[in-house]
Ligand binder design. Sequence first.
Ligand code: GLN
Length: 211
Amino acid sequence: MSVVIGVLALQGDVREHANALEQCGATAIGVRRAEELDRVDGLVIPGGESTAMWKLMRAFDLLKPLRKRIEAGLPAYGSCAGMIMLADRIVDGAAGQETIGGIDMTVRRNAFGRQVDSYESTISFAGQSLEAVFIRAPWVESVGDGVEVLGQVELPGRPEEGSRDDGPRHRIVAVRQGRLMATAYHPELTGDPIVHRYFTELVRQSRNNEE
Ligand code: GLN
């Protein structure tokens, strides 16, 4: 069964997500207007810049319709800035920064920025291994009981000698709560469709359940 998956096309790497979704057998369309949300079985919110995305969502009157559709059960996957947009709570956001919300988690914006601006690492996603690219990425500080952790990463570098940074060296970077999922990294940039396949399958299953 073919499913239609929208890619929010306000900002960010829309085409790469669309290509990855098509590779998984979905029909991908760009979404810029609220009416277009009615045509999709699922939605990808790409990486980019979450403050810009939030302002554009307001300007295009998309924030409320998106919240409504997601509350009503639209499957959604957010990557990097998209992860921030799906978080119920953000740390280090811009003044007044709002999210769509939906996943019961606290996300720290630009969290990896303190160690490195971007890097690649082989990590595990739902038990499968993949190359992950992190670009000024957030990480998940904490999750509520209903959130499944799909992947964690070991922090790059070592704590400095004598520093008090002797806390856990792992951070959550991929999660799922019901029909919503998010990764701190950009699977659309590495040509390995593991995450998109997982999401496409989630969209297929939720459409089957509704029929
Ligand atoms: N740092 C960006 C933000 O706050 C996210 C970066 C990305 O999506 N690659 O939205």
